[in-house]
Design a protein around this ligand. Structure first.
Ligand code: OOG
Length: 263
């Protein structure tokens, strides 16, 4: 084997181990790019290795997510490229869950729209995004950067699996019954008060474009998707820090709500 590749592979595996330990120990670490430059391709390799560590512990892939699909959210973090992350069943929290805060480093929440994959999609398949998904739901995503101060570059956040930490889904509505999703109100409520409002139009101009973007990225990364997988389309508003005891709800007009309570 090429020794340079081995060495680089070792570094990437080490980076994945560091980020994995930061997540499991809820203890932040320095940005990877502070120590050495990281290409975007290498960052996606770290992300894959990070998820392989989780699946080796028994977690199962449950879908994918996009980040920075809305400008207000991208502006909040100063990163303007759409990013792709991977979800596992251990990140899924039941609607109405009680969520312990000490499981995370500095968690934030964002209101989202989720889609459900209708069919298996192998990387070599070309599929129309509208037929790839069959249902839509309101969702909440808990993001938790494993980097100190929640600060990162594009490559850092990709390596850290796009800060993915947890997600809650509201009820599914069949896409055929959901009507036009182009411009639905999205509201984040904390303790009954509106914390953020936005529109599904903020998600790449139309949330179904997120399906297209996710399929394209999954194909480029050779990442297979399965029928039933969840696709989080990205926040419609900036993220809000979680505080103990708060009750968090996301509402998407016409689709209902998703909620959890912080412990
Ligand atoms: C990265 C994840 C952003 C979204 O929906 O835009 C994201 C972060 O802000 O930590 O999930």
């Amino acid at each position: 084997m090429n020794p340079v590749a081995t060495e680089a592979g070792g570094d990437l595996a080490e980076a994945a181990a560091v980020l994995d330990a930061a997540a499991t120990g809820a203890a932040p670490v320095a940005q990877l790019t502070a120590a050495a430059p990281l290409t975007l391709d290498a960052a996606y390799d770290v992300q894959r290795l990070l998820i392989e560590r989780r699946t080796a512990r028994g977690e199962r892939p449950s879908g994918v997510k996009l980040g920075f699909t809305s400008r207000t959210k991208a502006a909040q973090m100063g990163v303007f490229d759409v990013i792709f992350g991977r979800l596992t069943d251990a990140m899924r929290l039941p609607d109405g869950a009680r969520v312990p805060l000490d499981r995370y480093v500095h968690p934030r929440v964002e209101p989202e729209v989720a889609f459900r994959l209708a069919v298996d999609v192998r990387p070599e398949d070309t599929i129309d995004p509208e037929t790839a998904v069959d249902a839509v739901a309101p969702a909440l995503e808990i993001i938790d950067s494993r980097y100190r101060d929640f600060r990162f570059t594009l490559e850092d956040v990709v390596a850290d699996n796009t800060s993915a930490a947890g997600y809650v889904l509201g009820p599914w509505t069949a896409l055929a019954d959901a009507g036009d999703l182009a411009n639905r109100g999205v509201r984040l409520e904390i303790d009954g008060r509106t914390a953020e409002t936005g529109s599904t139009a903020a998600i790449l101009g139309h949330p179904l474009r997120a399906v297209h973007a996710a399929l394209r990225r999954a194909r480029a990364l050779g990442h297979p998707l399965r029928a039933g997988d969840v696709l989080l389309a990205g926040a419609a508003t900036p993220a809000v820090a979680l505080t103990p005891g708060s009750h968090v709800e996301a509402t998407v007009t016409g689709l209902g709500r998703a909620a959890f309570t912080v412990e």
